[in-house]
Design a protein around this ligand. Structure first.
Ligand code: M6R
Length: 624
């Protein structure tokens, strides 16, 4: 939550900072602000609303052209204090010499605030962040401690999560950044330094980056920098990596919204994720090889995640239990972290996360590691906290996902889980090599170079070509106030995911249910205004789902069917129908997902919603 960008170098900092904020806006967008150091004074501009408001304010200021080469900026997702200008970052201390941007939550802000107030320090905002900058100011005041020591002293007294960048007007050649629980990346280029909550504001300027670990601070002074510990004044060695994100990941190209672009990218992202991970007769997951012996004999598997990634976990459970016959428990990370789960070194805990920075998922991993479990990360961001804190893992290779509603990451997560289930089944001899080969070479629609080919690109392309008709359908249903999404087996999680997508971006209430469970309660909601989206593969559940459709139909509910079957009975039952290409039951799940992503997307656009930045949400939830 919240995006941070900072710059130190010879260039004018505002354009770099504003550009960076635009890239980070997906993390939070209720207010934004920037601070720079000019003539040994801190200058701050803040605005409620999106970065555009801040940009207009800055462009109207003559002084912004001379703002110098040292600045920090922030785009906010409010936790403490309303989203208004007063609470926007950067915040300053009482002396107005020290300014700071923060992503995270200071949990013990209340006692610290009381202490500072007892020292006659006045507060101007309602935020937890101001407490931290005032505390740094308190330690720095009257030369009690030097700048770096003041930052360290304050950080040692706060509980919770933070990523911060701090400036001090007395040190015009210095910038200090630190993290615990919230991500921070340092970009390096000759005598320039870039800091970001992720690489998106940095990548345009340099590919040389270093990820800060928890309890580390970067002290940038003059033309040099040092990574130090927050706990004591010691230097730490640091690895500089070359990252290879493509700049186009951060551009919408011909699309109006990132979400639409990312839905279309699934033609490539699934294949990228699968590439090199199987031959015609075996699954290769090199990221797990060091721990494979332990994984293979594990007696129990937990999958933990949040939101869309949790839905992928439900599919993982189905596939692993189906193929490998190991019991799998899927738990929300926010529950898992406090539950009394029984784990030991024979337990595998799979954490799924697009961003790799979700606070609850990280806490779940920490708990599993404490129990000695084998933690596996399925994550889209190399170098992220999930990647680093799990013992082993598999990256989904989707590139940057910017739309707040997760799309391409979900289908890649499912693909990885499918491979993992097959590999486990093979190792445990739960499937024959003949069956494995069948999975790996399934010619759902076309042969591909990667061997495993249920995820035929042709089928996805052919579905995407139908988007106009899905858009037309969306216009018809855009004014509905409630939806039910219904599916069975592998498609129950897809119903949950379809409902979540609709809620997130169009603010229409929607619920996902197992199709047969609907009659145990939700059916009471059904009337002639209620659209019911049924996901109906032509498989062994087909006849049962038809009965479920009849049950709704007889109560006059509207019926929308997503199917791969051309059966007349479905056409007769449906008010509207999306026919997806005929492939196999595993690819069906992916195709149905894409159809539902498009349906929600077009409804949200038709309602004039801000698809990439839905209200109240942020892309990565880095607070508990
Ligand atoms: O980055 P993560 O996968 O850990 O994020 C988990 C959820 O916050 C995320 O899936 C959220 O539910 C999305 N907005 C769904 O579209």
């Amino acid at each position: 939550m919240c995006g941070i960008v900072a710059y130190k170098g010879k260039k004018v900092c505002f354009p770099i900072l504003l550009n960076g904020l635009k890239k980070l806006e997906y993390r939070g967008y209720d207010s934004a602000g920037v601070a720079c150091l000019m003539n040994n004074k801190i200058h701050i501009t803040k605005r409620a609303g999106k970065v555009k408001e801040l940009e207009n304010a800055i462009n109207n200021k003559q002084s912004s052209k001379n703002c110098g080469g040292l600045g920090i900026a922030h785009t906010r997702w409010a936790t403490h204090g309303e989203p208004n200008q007063k609470n926007a970052h950067p915040h300053v201390d009482a002396s107005k010499k020290i300014t700071l941007v923060h992503n995270g939550i200071i949990e013990n802000y209340d006692p610290i605030k009381k202490f500072l107030k007892s020292k006659k320090i006045k507060f101007k905002s309602d935020t937890d962040t101001e407490v931290l900058v005032q505390l740094i100011g308190y330690f720095y005041k009257d030369g009690k401690l030097d700048f770096e020591k003041s930052v360290r002293a304050a950080l040692q007294r706060v509980d919770g999560a933070y990523a911060i960048v701090v400036l001090n007007a007395d040190f015009p050649d210095m910038m200090i950044a630190a993290r615990k629980g919230s991500p921070l990346v340092l970009g390096l280029k000759d005598n320039e330094f870039f800091i970001g909550s992720d690489v998106s504001p940095i990548i345009k300027h340099t590919q040389q980056i270093t990820y800060l670990n928890d309890s580390e601070m970067a002290v940038i002074n003059g033309d040099g920098y040092e990574i130090k510990s927050v706990d004591k004044d010691v230097s730490l060695p640091k690895k500089v990596e070359k990252i290879d994100y493509k700049i186009d990941d951060f551009d919408k190209g011909k699309f109006q919204y990132f979400m639409h672009k990312e839905i279309h990218e699934q033609v490539d992202t699934i294949l990228n994720t699968l590439k090199g991970r199987s031959t015609k007769s075996s699954v290769l997951l090199h990221g797990l090889s060091e721990y494979w012996e332990e994984i293979n004999v594990a007696e129990k598997i937990y999958i933990t995640a949040c939101g869309t990634s949790w839905h992928a976990g439900l599919i993982g459970k189905n596939l692993i239990e189906r193929f490998a016959e190991v019991p799998v428990h899927v738990e929300y990370a926010s529950e898992f972290r406090y539950n009394h789960s029984i784990m030991d070194n024979k337990t595998v805990v799979i954490a799924i996360s697009q961003s790799g920075e979700t606070a609850d998922t990280l806490a779940a991993i920490a708990k599993a590691n404490d129990f000695g479990a084998i933690t596996i990360g399925i994550c889209n961001v190399p170098g992220s906290s999930v990647s680093r804190e799990t013992k082993c893992g598999i990256h989904t290779r989707c590139g940057h996902e910017i739309g707040v509603a997760s799309t391409k990451a979900f289908t890649a997560q499912i693909s990885v889980l499918y491979l993992l289930a097959l590999k486990l089944a093979d190792s445990k001899k739960k499937i024959t090599s003949h069956v494995l080969k069948k999975h790996l070479n399934m010619s759902g629609y076309e042969k591909s170079a990667v061997g495993l080919n249920p995820y035929g690109t042709k089928a996805i392309k052919s579905l995407l070509r139908k988007e106009k008709s899905i858009n037309k359908m969306a216009q018809k249903y855009k004014n509905a106030s409630d939806f039910l999404y219904l599916g069975r087996g592998l498609n129950f999680p897809i119903a949950l995911e379809g409902a979540l997508k609709l809620k997130e971006i169009s603010y229409i209430h929607a619920e996902g249910y197992p199709a047969a469970e609907m009659k145990h309660g939700p059916i009471a909601l059904v009337d002639k205004n209620m659209p019911n989206v049924f996901i109906v593969p032509k498989d062994k559940t087909y006849d049962k789902i038809i009965s479920n459709i009849e049950e709704i139909k007889s109560r006059k509910g509207k019926i929308i069917i997503i199917t791969d079957s051309k059966d007349k009975i479905l056409r007769d039952l449906a008010d509207d129908l999306i026919l997806i290409p005929k492939t196999n039951q595993y690819l069906f799940v992916i195709l149905a997902t894409i159809a539902l992503q498009l349906f929600s997307y077009f409804i949200a656009v038709a309602k004039g919603c801000d698809v990439d930045q839905p209200r109240n949400l942020a892309k990565s939830v880095t607070v508990e």
